[in-house]
Design a protein around this ligand. Structure first.
Ligand SMILES: N[C@@H](CCC(=O)N[C@@H](CS)C(=O)NCC(=O)O)C(=O)O
Length: 228
C-alpha cells in the first residue's frame, strides 16, 4: 500500500505549493516510494485532526501517522535506508542545519516577496483566514508587505550566497548527487515557483541552473508541477 500525504492545495486542487510538502514529495521520489496525495486546505483542520496538530505535511503509512517534514524525512530514511536521503549521521546533522536555515532565512526572505500573489492562489474558502492570519503576523496588509519587491529582491538574492558558492563548486548540495539538502532548498523554492510569476532568481544564477536540474529529476516531478 502506498503512503498517503495531506498536501496543501489551492483553489485549483492540482496547484500544490507548500514548501514543506514539496520537500517530502522530492524525498519520496528520491526513494522511489509511491505516494497518494490528498489535497488539503488551510481551513480543513478537521481532516488532519487525527494527527493531533493542524499543519501539513502529514503522512500515513500502514497505520503510522507522521507530521512535520523533518520528522517525515527521518521516518522515510528509517523505513527505507537506501537510496539514502542524508548519506549517514553526519550528513543528517548537516541537513538539519540546511533545514533550519531554509525555514528561517529562505522562507522569511521569500514570504514578503510573494505573499499577495499567494492570496490569489489559495482556495477562496481559505482567503479570509489566510489574509487575517498573515496580516496579523506582518502587522501590515498583504499589499503593503509585497510593495517595492523589485528593489527588495536584490537583498533576498544576496542572502542565498552560501548556496550559490557551493553550487559553483559542485552540481548538487549533496555532492555527487542530490540529497535531502537539495530537497529542502528546492522544495522551498517550489513555493514561489508555483504561486507567483515574480522572478526571484536571475537567469544567470547558478542556483537557477541547479533548480532547473532539480525540476527535471524524478521523471520531471517539479517540471510537471502546476503553476499559476
Ligand atoms: N515545521 C513544519 C511546518 C509545516 C507548516 O507550517 N505547514 C503549513 C503549510 S506550508 C501549514 O500547514 N500551515 C497551516 C496554517 O498556516 O494554518 C514542517 O516542516 O512540516
Amino acid at each position: 500500500m502506498s503512503i498517503t500525504m495531506y498536501d496543501l492545495a489551492g483553489a485549483d486542487p492540482d496547484l500544490r505549493f507548500s514548501p514543506y510538502c514539496w520537500r517530502i514529495r522530492f524525498a519520496l521520489a528520491h526513494k522511489g516510494m509511491p505516494v497518494e496525495t490528498i489535497p488539503w486546505r488551510f481551513t480543513e483542520g478537521d481532516k488532519i485532526a487525527f494527527s493531533g496538530q493542524g499543519k501539513v505535511p502529514v503522512i500515513q503509512d500502514a497505520g503510522t501517522t507522521v507530521f512535520d517534514s523533518w520528522a517525515i524525512a527521518e521516518y522515510l530514511e528509517e523505513q527505507a535506508p537506501m537510496p539514502s536521503l542524508f548519506g549517514g549521521s553526519v550528513g543528517r546533522a548537516h541537513a538539519a542545519f540546511i533545514n533550519a536555515w531554509a525555514d528561517s532565512v529562505m522562507l522569511g526572505g521569500i514570504a514578503p516577496l510573494i505573499i499577495r500573489d499567494l492570496l490569489d492562489a489559495v482556495d477562496p474558502k481559505d482567503q479570509a483566514y489566510f489574509r487575517s492570519s498573515r496580516e496579523a503576523r506582518f502587522g501590515r496588509t498583504l499589499e503593503q508587505v509585497q510593495e517595492d519587491r523589485a528593489d527588495r529582491v536584490v537583498a533576498f538574492r544576496a542572502s542565498l550566497l552560501p548556496v550559490r558558492l557551493v553550487l559553483r563548486r559542485q552540481a548538487w548540495l549533496g555532492g555527487a548527487g542530490p540529497s535531502y539538502a537539495d530537497h529542502i532548498v528546492a522544495g522551498t523554492l517550489m513555493w514561489p515557483h508555483c504561486v507567483s510569476r515574480f522572478q526571484l532568481l536571475e537567469d544567470n544564477d547558478p542556483i537557477a541552473a541547479w533548480f532547473g536540474r532539480m525540476l527535471a529529476l524524478y521523471g520531471g516531478l517539479g517540471t510537471s508541477a502546476k503553476r499559476v
